[in-house]
Design a protein around this ligand. Structure first.
Ligand code: NDP
Length: 619
């Protein structure tokens, strides 16, 4: 048996499993039997590599020197310094506010294209060591630069590459779904260092882990959800809203279907679509897709809300009776449900022509029912009109506000009030604030799970077009027929509760967004962090050190403040609160599973430092 080529303590270049990218590693030991070297990366990640995956540092230094010689002398120094590993990491939001890129030469563009095409992979390390449990901002930045050199990665789906590259089940390769600039530097190096490092085309992904109980589970949900919403609306609308009023009487067909209402819903969608296409508001790039490209999104939701408010004002001025929405609420719901279903059928059919890299990781199982529910295509578009982005923020959210307003008018009409009741006003104002906030920060949606990973199928079309506008309004709908007096004490308490919830929700989301955009931002650089092998860090102080999902906690506190104005006579107006807690607990579990995969032992460390997920001392 030939002796080991590399000695313990040697600094060499180790291939990142599943890729052609090499990083500096130190040889820790050599197993003569398996012929595997245990190597350690700069961030402390230990791996076992085959001899063929290790090469001498000298080769890379040669490649690096020849590369710098071949560089165009005219290349701007500003540009090369912008590529330095020490610069802050690229914003996840790709906000147009960031420094504009300089015009680059054709060769730079080609190189950038190649860079984008590199298949980025990661591995969950066999063992990871983090000597620093937490760090202040300075050491954090240093850590980030170091760890960035040991490939960052992220993903949820198994790739073909992944299974190909597993070595005795010890490697867990995952395609990266996020990028830090530290990594980009390495990739650039990788592309430039031909012929050692070559690009690889992204592999097709097949969904292996089925969620929501697989095919049977989603089939069940597809029937249960629409029926559950219908039951909720019937209960909220009838005088006796208690759960004891079961079994409910089946509503007559004409009370659940009306062609005119269907037409109004279609017009509403058209109106919102036209508003979304108006050339006002900034045009931003979304997160990089699997193929390295990015899509552009028009951020004008807030303007659309203002125009919608103007349109509603004009309608009231013209004596259009908006309480018609209340009187035909079930019909509005069934129309929205039908449209959501037809839209998901259309999306499923058109996804057959989508290319492999346009498919969502979670909706490509090959099972029709499952994929129909989860959504096959990630970003279905008709020219520049992004159907998912539109549905996520516009018709549902604006519809929610408009319906609430219609309920307010219906309450005044039904109860002969000159002014809306304080309970109705609070519900309207609190929820309007939430919607304004969402639309004001519309751009941040681009980094959310729904946009980045979830396909657009029945789950989201139903959620966006039917569930959100018809269940989130259940408190206002309930109050029309079930007035509830509020004392001044209660009014103040509810305002304070909503304020606290909003503060936690907004601060946590903004802090994380700012940190991910630029960890050295003065607004967040004081926060303690835990470095991870991916080059990103986890905030471990402030709100993110209080519980692991403070933004969920804030959202839930607000939901409570929205339900309490309805009093304690019935459970029905608490539907939204119950739904939100269930959703966020499930979402938290889903997110934590992914974070554990992404960050390995660093995530465990975070969980130890911050033991509670959402509710301090409870959960
Ligand atoms: P988050 O915004 O909480 O995003 C989770 C991600 O944040 C993780 O995957 C991780 O991603 C990053 N992260 C987690 N912990 C840390 C940490 N300590 N430091 C830095 N980064 C961390 O989740 P959602 O997208 O689910 O929620 C966004 C908001 O939307 C929430 O406020 C939620 O309440 C709200 N929401 C409301 C719903 C409703 O129906 N009302 C429905 C769904 C969401 P990475 O490390 O890759 O950046």
């Amino acid at each position: 048996m030939p002796p080991a080529r590399f000695q313990i303590g040697d600094t060499v270049m180790g291939r990142w499993p599943g890729s052609n990218l090499y990083y500096e590693v130190k040889v820790m030991s050599f197993d003569n039997k398996t012929r595997l070297y245990t190597v350690i990366y700069k961030d402390g990640t230990e791996l076992e590599l085959k001899e063929s995956d290790i090469t001498s540092v000298v080769i890379f230094q040669t490649a690096g020197r020849s590369r710098s010689r071949s560089r165009s002398p005219g290349r701007s120094p500003g540009r090369s310094s912008a590529r330095s590993p020490g610069r802050p990491r690229r914003s996840r939001s790709r906000s147009p506010a960031r420094t504009p890129r300089r015009a680059s030469s054709r060769s730079t563009e080609v190189r950038k294209e190649k860079l984008k095409e590199v298949l980025e992979v990661r591995l969950t390390p066999v063992a990871m060591k983090h000597e620093n449990n937490s760090s202040n901002s300075k050491s954090e930045k240093k850590e980030e630069n170091n760890t960035a050199k040991a490939a960052p990665v992220v993903t949820e789906e198994k790739t073909e590459t992944e299974s190909e590259n597993q070595t005795g089940g010890r490697y867990n390769l995952r395609r990266r779904k996020d990028q830090g600039d530290g990594k980009a530097v390495e990739l650039e190096k990788a592309v430039e260092s031909e012929p050692l490092l070559q690009t690889k085309a992204p592999a097709a992904v097949k969904t292996a882990d089925l969620e929501f109980g697989g095919r049977v589970g989603v089939l069940f949900l597809m029937f249960l959800l629409p029926v559950a919403v219908l039951v909720l609306l019937i209960l909220c609308g009838q005088k006796d809203a208690s759960l004891q009023s079961f079994p409910l009487e089946l509503p007559a067909l004409q009370s659940v279907w009306d062609c005119q209402v269907f037409g109004i819903v279609l017009l509403w969608l058209l109106f919102q679509a036209v508003l979304s296409l108006l050339p006002v508001g900034k045009l931003v790039e979304g997160m990089p897709l699997k193929n390295g490209k990015t899509l552009k999104y028009r951020i004008n939701g807030f303007y659309a809300l203002l125009l919608t408010a103007v349109a509603a004002g004009v309608a009231v001025y013209q004596e259009v009776d908006l309480s018609y929405i209340h009187a035909h609420f079930l019909q509005f719901y069934t129309s929205a449900l039908l449209i959501a279903t037809l839209l998901s059928i259309y999306l499923f059919i058109r996804s057959r022509w989508a290319s492999k890299d346009e498919l969502a990781p979670g909706g490509n199982s090959g099972y029709i029912i499952y994929d129909f529910f989860m959504g096959r295509e990630l970003n279905p578009r008709i020219k520049s009109f992004d159907i998912k982005f539109f549905c996520e923020m516009r018709p549902g959210l604006m519809g929610w506000v408009l319906i609430n307003f219609a309920m307010l008018l219906a309450e005044m009409k039904q109860q002969n009030l000159e002014n809306p009741s304080p309970a109705m006003l609070l519900v309207n104002i609190f929820q309007l604030l939430w919607v304004i906030d969402g639309l004001w920060h519309e751009e941040k949606l681009l980094t959310m799970m729904d946009i980045m990973y979830d396909g657009f199928g029945f789950m989201l079309t139903f959620g966006d077009l039917a569930f959100v506008p018809f269940t989130f309004t259940c408190q206002a709908y309930y109050l029309v027929n079930h007035p509830n007096e509020l004392s001044v004490f209660w009014i103040i308490t509810l305002i304070a509760m909503n304020g606290v919830g909003y503060y936690i929700f907004r601060k946590a989301n903004s802090q994380k967004f700012a940190f991910r955009k630029n960890p050295s931002d003065p607004a967040v650089s004081h926060l303690k962090t835990i470095p991870t092998a991916t080059g990103k860090s986890l905030i471990v102080s402030g709100l993110w050190g209080f519980v692991r999902h403070p933004n969920y906690l804030g959202d839930i506190i607000m939901a409570l403040a929205w339900s309490l104005p309805c009093g304690f006579n019935n459970l029905v107006p608490y539907f939204y609160l119950i739904y939100l807690v269930t959703l966020l607990v499930h979402r938290n579990a889903r997110d934590e599973r992914q974070c554990r995969k992404k960050y390995g032992s660093a995530w465990e460390e975070y969980c130890k430092a911050v033991p509670y997920r959402i509710f301090p001392r409870v959960y």
